[in-house]
Design a protein around this ligand. Structure first.
Ligand SMILES: [Zn+2]
Length: 126
């Protein structure tokens, strides 16, 4: 699957394993890999791989967005915010909640503006 991130196409690939890691974003091949974790021992593997992969996908998307924004270039130190794993995870975990709120607001505005448009149309027709 190909997605467009700030004007750049990235290919999303589901792979068997990535050296024990859950995901990887290659900023130069423009590939986001999500692991099936075939190389992870069962005792360390979650029973809910699907939700973990969704979390990892959001996490990798944030990395790609930061890179395509030009924001990762100032991250020379591990505590720099653009490569701070806690900050990236915060965004990955909070993004669906933010988007739900955003969607509920924007959908309401669309409905409201359509309603206003309909009202105006009716007024103009009269
Ligand atoms: Zn990361």
């Amino acid at each position: 699957m190909i997605v467009n991130i700030l004007g750049t196409d990235y290919t999303i690939k589901l792979v068997d394993s990535i050296d024990g890691r859950a995901g990887e974003t290659d900023f130069y091949t423009k590939e986001i890999l999500i692991s099936m974790q075939d190389d992870v021992p069962p005792e360390y593997k979650t029973k809910n791989l699907r939700d973990m992969q969704k979390h990892v996908l959001r996490h990798e998307l944030i990395h790609a967005f930061l890179f395509e924004s030009g924001l990762d270039q100032n991250s020379n130190l591990c505590e720099s915010w653009a490569i701070n794993e806690e900050m990236v995870d915060w965004m990955a975990i909070q993004m669906p909640k933010i988007m739900n709120i955003y969607d509920s607001i924007t959908n309401e505005v669309i409905i409201e503006s359509r309603y206003i448009h309909d009202k105006r149309s009716r007024i103009i027709r009269k």
